[in-house]
Design a protein around this ligand. Structure first.
Ligand SMILES: Cc1ncc(COP(=O)(O)O)c(C=O)c1O
Length: 314
């Protein structure tokens, strides 16, 4: 069990909590054991029923009952669709799937103070789980963040610091402060994505141990998209399903750099529509954000052998 830097292949032990490689590149977790039906701990009603596949000892689980969200059968424009109600989580957002696993890992490594930048949901989630784990927490938010989200973060006992400027300015402030406090970033720390594998496991279990044909997922930085993809890939590896679903990442039209890059067939973020986006995208690229792009990029025409399919839509 280790972290791996995909740019060099270098492995790092999981014993020391880290959020990036020594050369600044993002880290993945090396492929894990995956999950088989018999591995499910049916006595647990949370993402921890899949603990066998998560690289954290369940004895360290900081859990508030996250996961097990309803799958509701409805129609959308005359087409049958299953809606996964991911807002039905302890803090009201899907982020809790990743946060419970990341915080459990960090606490098991002795981390006592965490830092995060967020426009709202990720910060609210981390603040709540840090409180549950008895950790101190500092969340940086843009000064334009919604007041109810700021109140939610503060109510959990975290220190909320508002930062002037764009969302990217907030991320850069967090990078600067990461030398003082452990940077428990939902966009960098790989155990956050590890938690999102449970979206795949849960859908598979709810569908009677079958994969959906298509999965439509909101896409910002990609933790949901990447986590679901890794989870389904593990189920394929264990022989539980024959193939991964096609995954469609959906971005807001006014901020859709991945969708633009995908449509352009490129590997770099492409600015779209908003006047400030060229600057924001150059900054994102400098901060290493082109990295997740490789991870979320599914191009059925160019990688048919992977049998993935899917796409990105703004
Ligand atoms: C409601 C909502 N949808 C989508 C996203 C994007 O998620 P991700 O960055 O994991 O792709 C976020 C997080 O920023 C969010 O809060």
């Amino acid at each position: 069990m280790s972290y791996v830097d995909p740019s060099t292949g270098q492995h790092y032990s999981l014993t020391e909590a880290r959020w990036r490689a020594d050369n600044g590149h993002y880290l993945n977790l090396a492929p894990g054991p995956g999950l088989a039906r018999a591995d499910i701990d049916a006595s647990r009603r949370s993402v921890w029923r899949y603990a066998k596949a998560l690289r954290v000892d369940a004895a360290h689980a900081v859990s508030m009952g996250e996961g097990g969200t309803p799958l509701v059968d409805r129609q959308w424009r005359g087409v049958p669709v299953l809606y996964k109600l991911e807002f039905m989580m302890p803090t009201g957002s899907f982020k809790d799937r990743g946060t419970t696993v990341m915080v459990s890992y960090l606490r098991s490594r002795g981390i006592e103070h965490v830092l995060e930048d967020s426009s709202g949901n990720a910060g609210a989630s981390l603040a709540a789980y840090a409180a549950a784990a008895d950790m101190r927490c500092r969340i940086l938010v843009p000064e334009t963040a919604s007041y109810p989200k700021i109140a939610q973060i503060a109510a959990a006992g975290a220190a909320v610091v508002t930062i002037k400027g764009s969302r990217q300015d907030v991320a850069e402030a967090a990078l600067r402060q990461s030398s003082e406090i452990f940077y428990a970033s939902h966009n960098w720390q790989p155990f956050f994505v590890e938690g999102f594998k449970t979206l795949a496991y849960e859908l598979w279990e709810q569908l009677g141990f079958a994969a959906p044909d298509n999965l439509v997922v909101p896409l910002g930085y990609g933790s949901n998209v990447v986590g679901a993809d890794v989870g389904f890939a593990e189920l394929v590896r264990r022989g539980e399903i024959a193939r991964r679903p096609r995954i469609f990442g959906v971005q807001a039209a006014r901020c859709a750099p991945y969708a633009a890059a995908f449509q352009a067939g490129g590997e770099h973020l492409v600015p779209l529509r908003l006047a400030e986006q060229p600057v924001a995208c150059r900054r994102l690229a400098r901060a290493g954000v082109q990295a997740p792009l490789e991870r979320v990029h599914h191009r059925p025409q160019r990688r048919p052998a992977q049998g993935v399919g899917g796409g990105q839509v703004a």
